[in-house]
Design a protein around this ligand. Structure first.
Ligand SMILES: [Zn+2]
Ligand SMILES: [Zn+2]
Length: 376
């Protein structure tokens, strides 16, 4: 990954570029390096290839996210492994809901067997459950195939006859004309809903629909690292097909509640750590929160406000990689001091040498040389 060319550099855009900026930069470059303009120029041809490769990734929201992720975690292994079990890996749980599955279940145009509808359920996770991974039962209503009539909708599953409109094929051919062209297409028969059968006597259990309402519970084994918008798909756990086609899928979309202790970016964790003035000056030990437990961190003497301690590998641990922990120090200034406290503080500060305030000294020098007077 290290020697891989950066797609953003290739397209000459920033990492935060919008889709429009990427598109317009791509168009400019394509015009510039098009092979038609540079016949027999291998370098231009190579560049043209690069530009297209970069555009292909950055113009696709999902691919771009994965690419960004790989940039931020250059040492991560992206090949193989991944999550096992109920979902199809990285692209599912780690991509955004809307980027992930457009189109839906009815894309099977020419097929007369209709796939059942997908069912989407939102599941809320606590910050720690999402970070650690958890098991979650999801209970929901769905239509399943009626057992009594085996989905035919006919009494005992036998009380039907061949559909006269489609002759039992379940399909109807129709032609459309545009200009000189005639196109023959096929669609499901509307008379028998593509089943090819006409019910004589309806099944009493499902009233001829072929499906019944059912309460279903599915257990999801949610891997560590789920974030708001990530989702898992359980194939075949959606609605039953109306005509013997495959079931739809169940899709759970996660919402992760925020934490009062952690902030999170991908798998990295951020903790704002307030410390006293005394600890900042003298140093000290402090317990740092982790996803599972705590650890003792030593604050060194003379720690400044805003200092960030970086702890490698103490972020969210997933099978796709491990995040890091960032501890951001904030020195809290005490308020509402008593007269005596104020007096003591002044006495203390009077004894501090100018040389002990390196930043203040540097600022004072710069200020003075620019404005001819002291800032303090
Ligand atoms: Zn028919
Ligand atoms: Zn039935």
């Amino acid at each position: 990954m290290a020697d891989k060319k950066n797609y953003y550099d290739i397209l000459g855009v920033s990492k935060t570029a919008t889709a429009d900026e990427i598109k317009s930069s791509y168009r400019k470059l394509v015009k510039q390096y098009h092979p038609d303009l540079h016949p027999n120029d291998e370098k231009a041809a190579e560049k043209f290839k690069e530009i297209n490769e970069a555009h292909e990734t950055l113009s696709d929201d999902k691919k771009r996210k994965e690419y960004d992720f790989s940039l931020e975690h250059p040492n991560m292994n992206f090949g193989g492994g991944g999550f096992s079990g109920d979902f199809s890996g990285f692209s599912d749980i780690f991509s955004d809901f809307f980027g992930g599955f457009g189109g839906g279940s009815r894309r099977t145009q020419r097929q007369t067997k209709i796939k059942g509808d997908d069912i989407t359920i939102e599941v809320e996770l606590s910050f720690l459950d999402a970070a650690k991974g958890c098991k979650r039962d999801v209970t929901y209503n769905r239509k399943t195939t009626c057992n009594t009539c085996r989905g035919t909708g006919a009494k005992n599953g036998t009380e039907y006859e061949t559909c006269s409109k489609c002759g039992g094929t379940g399909e109807i051919q129709y032609t459309t004309r545009s200009g000189f062209f005639t196109q023959v297409s096929v669609k499901p028969c509307d008379e028998c809903r593509g089943t090819g059968k006409k019910i004589k006597e309806v099944c009493p259990d499902c009233k001829g629909k072929g499906t019944v309402k059912n309460v279903t519970t599915v257990t999801f084994d949610i891997p560590a690292g789920a974030d708001t918008g990530s989702y898992m798909r359980k194939q075949g756990y959606g609605e039953a097909s109306p005509n013997g086609g495959p079931n739809g899928d169940l899709i759970v979309v996660f919402t992760v509640r925020s934490s009062k202790i952690f902030r999170r970016k991908q798998f990295d964790l951020y903790v704002d750590l307030p410390i006293t003035y005394k600890t900042a000056v003298l140093g000290g030990k402090v317990e740092i929160p982790l996803i599972d437990g705590t650890y003792t961190h030593v604050i060194p003497e003379g720690t400044q406000s805003g200092k960030v301690f970086y702890v490698r590998g103490k972020g969210i641990k997933t099978s796709r990689g491990v995040g890091d922990l960032y501890i951001i120090v904030q020195v809290e200034v005490p308020t509402k001091l008593s007269k005596e406290q104020k007096k003591n503080l002044e006495k203390f500060d009077d004894n501090i040498d100018d040389k002990q305030y390196s930043k203040i000294r540097e600022y004072t020098d710069n200020f003075e040389s620019a404005y001819g007077k002291k800032p303090y």
